[in-house]
Design a protein around this ligand. Sequence first.
Ligand code: NAP
Length: 269
Amino acid sequence: MRVAVYSNHTDDSNRVTKRINQLLEQTDIIIDDVSPDVVLSVGGDGTLLSAFHHYRNQLSHVRFVGIHTGHLGFYTDWRDFEVDQLVDSLKQDNGQRVSYPLMDVDIKYTDGSQEHFVALNESTIKKIENTMVCDIYIKGQLFERFRGDGLCISTPTGSTGYNKSIGGAVIDPSLVGLQLSEIASINNRVFRTLGSPIIVGKDQYLDLELRTEDRLIVSCDQFQAHGLDEQRAIASVRYQISMNEIYFARYRHTNFWERVDEAFIGGSK
Ligand code: NAP
């Protein structure tokens, strides 16, 4: 087995990485950052997101394991004091895995060019100044005209990230679909939107038709595509569940709703 260690290089993560390397040296597991079977992400959920984008061209065969150097995260099942146990699990690995959906983000520009991204958490679309206006189509049919600060389209596992902060629902990751959440929509006699998040199934896709004079920014997890160039404004964006998935090595089961409780309610019971 080939294992890569992907760290956010804080002091704590460097300490954990050193310990993992020491333990792996005593096994026949090979450390290979270029073409690994398993990627050990050391840091937080944000580090796992970075690791995902770093290895996004190898998703069909790579499995991820998240080790959190702080609190338990949503992609990070293991705590820093559990690395000995984790290396024991790696030694007994038999390919066990769990998969989660990803989202394809396809941007069309006014000059005819296109860009493709894959998101693990979400994509947001916002305007640099003032409010943005866009028409939202669900599977080719106009649903509503939105005016407001922006929109967030998230995956089930991304639902606990930015989506939750703007009032989106937390979705069980066993449900496959996309959630569209508004960021401060304007609702008056001229503009009217549903005003609540919607969730569409895996066979649906969302198209956002944009005003080409708007200076927009589309984010994809931690990355951004800019439509700030007048010659190359963002014309539309399509969101759909990707054919690809992310795989996590499942050496033990962590209950999703316990994690939600611990992260957001924790200790109040
Ligand atoms: P960051 O701004 O440095 O960190 C954002 C926080 O979001 C971190 O605490 C991170 O956890 C947490 N996070 C990431 N993915 C999550 C998930 N699926 N569920 C619950 N929490 C999650 O940015 P970053 O570390 O590069 O992460 C980028 C992500 O941050 C974005 O994809 C977005 O979901 C989220 N974000 C949230 C807000 C907001 O809530 N207002 C604003 C910007 C971005 P760790 O501490 O474990 O890394």
